[in-house]
Design a binder for this molecule. Structure first.
Ligand code: G3P
Ligand code: MG
Length: 230
């Protein structure tokens, strides 16, 4: 049974600290988050790192693709997945691990992600949630490590959402909170899926979504949403 907190810090607490960095995870923790969401992709030499974009330019100023860099060439601010997990262990943070593969590496990224989790995820922490916009990544994760719960990331829900979720045996649906309709929310909850939304930074909007049946809100400002929902 998938258990999620009411609020997850998006890329750590990216409203307050550089996204997907150890500093951001510490900031999320300081502000009361018990879980964070991160994006995982692979370097050229197959090392899983925590990075949202294909290129490092926006977040680090380095104008190169992650998929073309060796892990040893990364700027120090970019954590490896291994370093991120160690940080979660230290802080007691749970994690929604978004598998964010570079083009063509959907299966490989999922395999390396779950192998790393199997090897390093601290037993003291709540079980992680895997998510992805890429159905093939979730399908690979299920084959390689069915023990990790999966959520399908869908920006705009269409009528095929249930078939896609069933195909990867998802336990949850993580969707764009700004596009979610009350009808879809009811449909998803009735079908037994855990419903999460991203990326909501306004307390009133979060309360309205929870009123529609949303169970978990992913936010850049987890403290704001925690305050709004208590
Ligand atoms: O996992 C929720 C959210 O992070 C999905 O979108 O682009 O911020 O990774 P994105
Ligand atoms: Mg993400």
């Amino acid at each position: 049974m998938l258990q999620l907190p009411k609020v997850i810090g998006h890329r750590g607490a990216m409203a307050y600290a550089p996204e997907n960095t150890l500093e951001s995870f510490r900031e999320a923790h300081r502000r009361g988050a018990t879980w964070v969401e991160i994006d995982v992709k692979l370097t050229a030499d197959g090392v899983p790192i925590v990075m949202h974009d294909s290129s490092l330019k926006r977040t680090t100023g380095v104008d190169r693709l992650a998929s073309e860099m060796r892990a040893s060439e990364l700027p120090p601010a970019v954590p490896t997945f291994e370093q991120a997990i160690a940080c979660f262990g230290e802080l007691g943070l749970g994690c929604n691990v978004e598998i964010k593969p570079c083009e063509g590496r959907e299966a490989e990224t999922a395999r390396v992600t779950v192998e790393t989790l199997r090897r390093l995820w601290p037993a003291s922490l709540p079980a992680p949630l895997l998510s992805s916009f890429k159905d093939p990544s979730l399908a690979t994760a299920r084959e390689a490590a069915p023990e990790f719960a999966r959520a399908l990331l869908i920006d705009e829900l269409k009528d095929d959402w249930r078939g896609r979720a069933e195909a990867v045996s998802a336990a949850g649906i993580n969707t764009n909170g700004k596009r979610l309709t009350a009808v879809r929310a009811v449909e998803i909850r009735k079908a037994g899926y855990v419903l999460s939304v991203y990326t909501i930074n306004d307390g009133d909007v979060a309360r309205a979504l929870v009123g529609m049946g949303v169970q978990c809100v992913i936010s850049d400002a987890p403290d704001v949403i925690l305050a709004a929902l208590t």
